[in-house]
Design a protein around this ligand. Structure first.
Ligand SMILES: Cc1cc2nc3c(=O)[nH]c(=O)nc-3n(C[C@H](O)[C@H](O)[C@H](O)COP(=O)(O)OP(=O)(O)OC[C@H]3O[C@@H](n4cnc5c(N)ncnc54)[C@H](O)[C@@H]3O)c2cc1C
Ligand SMILES: *[C@@H]1O[C@H](CO)[C@@H](O)[C@H](O)[C@H]1NC(C)=O
Ligand SMILES: *[C@@H]1O[C@H](CO)[C@@H](O)[C@H](O)[C@H]1NC(C)=O
Ligand SMILES: *[C@@H]1O[C@H](CO)[C@@H](O)[C@H](O)[C@H]1NC(C)=O
Ligand SMILES: *[C@@H]1O[C@H](CO)[C@@H](O)[C@H](O)[C@H]1NC(C)=O
Ligand SMILES: *[C@@H]1O[C@H](CO)[C@@H](O)[C@H](O)[C@H]1NC(C)=O
Length: 491
């Protein structure tokens, strides 16, 4: 009895210590433009709102640094008071491991939003809080481009830390392949600059969430070479699954080849009762750079399969996000309060038998009367890969240059307690397992930035032992206490 009281008293004291902690000493060290948002304020609520409302990180306070040094001061303050901290930017990180953060400081990077093109026009220095669309627009105005994520509402940094897929990767490689140097605040609060001479630089390009807060980055940029784009959308009914994916393999993915460099090819499955009242449709997007209409060589074989509808559009690079439904105004960018787990797998080619099996399961899951998953989206992303494959397999911590397709169901559903979450997790894992077994691969390859959260570091960072060893050694050196272990932790 006495013992229990003591424990409760101790707990009470520590809880009180957290809630009564004064941030005035921190505020005094920050620049004039820095902000501190207290819980309950509108600014706080807006800053902590997440894209996926599943296993979300929880903070007691939000700090919005105005300078790179403000990040240093905030990390040092957090360390002094043993508070957890997490950098946030586009709030689209959805991995369930983030839920392990149950208190502490969210460091909201939005004010570190500067973009400066170097005099020689070959690089740009980009703040650690820049959003993808802001970067695209700013570079475009200067006649320049670089690889960014395709989705307009996501941060620029977030995707790159895990590798980073984008429209231009067939030309130049991944988002992170463009990095020339970066300023990083380490777990101990030191701000360092890393570049190709630093071992840490290797890890920042694929496993970056585990090592520090990037306050700014210098990236290669390029003259705009192919401003124009065209897209052909072909909507097929579900009975064409085998035909469509057999053809995709034949056209592009046989004999060790991948997508042509100028072509990006996505497909989505979703249930749209206005087009097909019974089954999800297959929506194919054939996106080609430098043309007004997609080459007939690409479209004709698919047209011969008999789509329900086809639609052609033309425009520029900057229209691509709207065309594929991921612009700032598109539904997938909206914060709806839904849980948005994905269950990603990388593939080399399609297995039409597995595609059929998973389609049938997806049909059952999206169309039955009592399902919470009627708005689920199955994504098949076939980016061109030349620029990605041109870079050595071991050059960065991103492990999956040999794969061709990024595939994932996105099981959007309204949160309804742990039992509903368990149904989603079981269903998503089952879908992924079908594709994995059909792939003939021996290890599950997943994109860390789409990961659900129950995968292993082997699946996020590559099954080769040397990768695991190298990352573990770096983690011990740079983040021994695991302060950067909320997002897909290495250990
Ligand atoms: C609609 C949608 C579209 C997407 N499109 C793409 C795409 O085209 N290509 C692609 O590769 N991925 C894409 N993704 C996945 C994307 O890479 C991840 O969701 C990514 O985590 C988003 O970063 P964020 O800044 O928006 O999210 P946040 O939740 O703000 O950040 C995610 C994590 O990144 C870390 N972090 C953020 N900023 C910093 C920083 N400055 N320094 C250090 N760590 C930091 C933190 O660990 C944080 O938890 C997409 C996701 C969604 C939801
Ligand atoms: C980024 O882009 C958004 C939307 O286009 C705009 O509202 C915002 O002001 C931009 N931010 C910066 C820092 O330029
Ligand atoms: C793939 O290789 C086989 C055997 O060399 C050949 O018959 C076939 O035409 C090739 N397919 C493509 C799409 O190049
Ligand atoms: C997130 O989900 C919880 C239930 O798990 C719900 O109470 C809350 O309102 C949701 N948040 C938003 C912003 O919709
Ligand atoms: C409907 O789909 C959900 C999700 O897959 C599943 O749990 C449920 O059993 C299905 N119900 C019926 C009647 O098929
Ligand atoms: C490319 O698009 C076609 C339809 O236009 C589709 O059948 C195929 O699955 C896609 N291929 C890849 C690699 O995504």
């Amino acid at each position: 009895m006495h013992h229990l009281q003591l424990t409760l008293a101790a707990l009470w004291a520590s809880a009180a210590a957290v809630s009564c902690l004064s941030y005035v000493p921190l505020a005094k060290k920050l620049s004039k433009t820095a902000q501190i948002y207290q819980p309950g304020s509108d600014d706080f609520n807006a800053a902590v709102l997440r894209w996926s409302n599943l296993s979300t990180p929880v903070a007691n306070i939000v700090v919005v640094p105005g300078t790179e040094n403000d990040v240093v001061e905030t990390v040092k303050f957090a360390n002094q008071h043993r508070l957890p901290f997490l950098a946030i930017n586009g709030v689209h990180g959805s991995i369930t491991t983030l839920g392990k953060m149950t208190s502490g400081i969210e460091i909201h990077m939005s004010q570190l939003s500067s973009i400066a093109v170097a005099k020689d026009g070959c690089t740009a220095t980009i703040g650690g809080g820049v959003m993808s669309k802001n970067l695209t627009d700013a570079l475009w105005a200067a006649g320049k481009q670089t690889v960014t994520g395709t989705c307009e509402c996501v941060g620029y940094m977030g995707p790159g830390l895990g590798g980073g897929h984008g429209w231009l990767q067939g030309r130049y490689g991944l988002v992170s392949d463009q990095y020339v140097s970066m300023n990083v605040v380490l777990a101990n609060g030191n701000l360092i600059t890393v570049d190709e001479h630093s071992e840490l630089f290797w890890a920042m390009k694929g496993a970056g969430h585990n090592f520090g807060i990037v306050t700014s980055i210098t990236s290669k940029i390029y003259d705009i070479q192919h401003p124009n784009y065209a897209m052909e959308t072909l909507i097929f009914s579900g009975d064409k699954v085998e035909a469509v994916y057999n053809l995709a393999n034949e056209q592009w993915l046989t004999n060790g080849s991948s997508m042509p460099v100028d072509l990006v090819n996505w497909s989505y499955w979703y249930f749209d009762p206005t087009t097909d009242a019974e089954k999800p449709v297959i929506a194919m997007y054939l996106i080609q750079e430098g043309v007004q209409t997609v080459d007939a060589a690409h479209t004709t074989p698919f047209l011969q399969l008999g789509p329900i509808t086809t639609q052609a559009v033309s425009g520029t690079y900057r229209d691509l996000a709207a065309w594929t439904g991921i612009s700032l105004n598109s539904t997938p960018c909206a914060k709806t309060g839904n849980a948005n787990p994905r269950f990603p797998i990388y593939l080399k080619s399609y297995n039409p038998t597995a595609q059929r099996e998973v389609y049938d399961l997806f049909t059952q899951a999206t169309t039955n009367a009592s399902t919470p998953f009627s708005n689920a989206l199955f994504m098949f992303e076939g980016y061109s890969q030349q620029g990605v494959k041109a870079i050595g397999q071991d050059a960065t911590a991103f492990a999956y240059r040999a794969d061709n397709l990024l595939v994932a169901p996105l099981l959007t559903y309204p949160p309804n307690g742990p039992a509903a979450d368990a149904v989603a997790s079981k269903l998503g894992n089952k879908m992924r397992q079908i594709l994995f077994e059909g792939s003939g691969e021996t290890s599950l390859n997943t994109y860390v930035n789409y990961a659900y959260g129950d995968e292993t570091p082997v699946a996020w960072y590559g099954s080769e032992q040397w990768r695991q060893d190298r990352l573990s050694a770096l983690k011990k050196d740079f983040d021994p206490a695991g302060q950067f272990s909320f997002y897909a932790p290495i250990i």
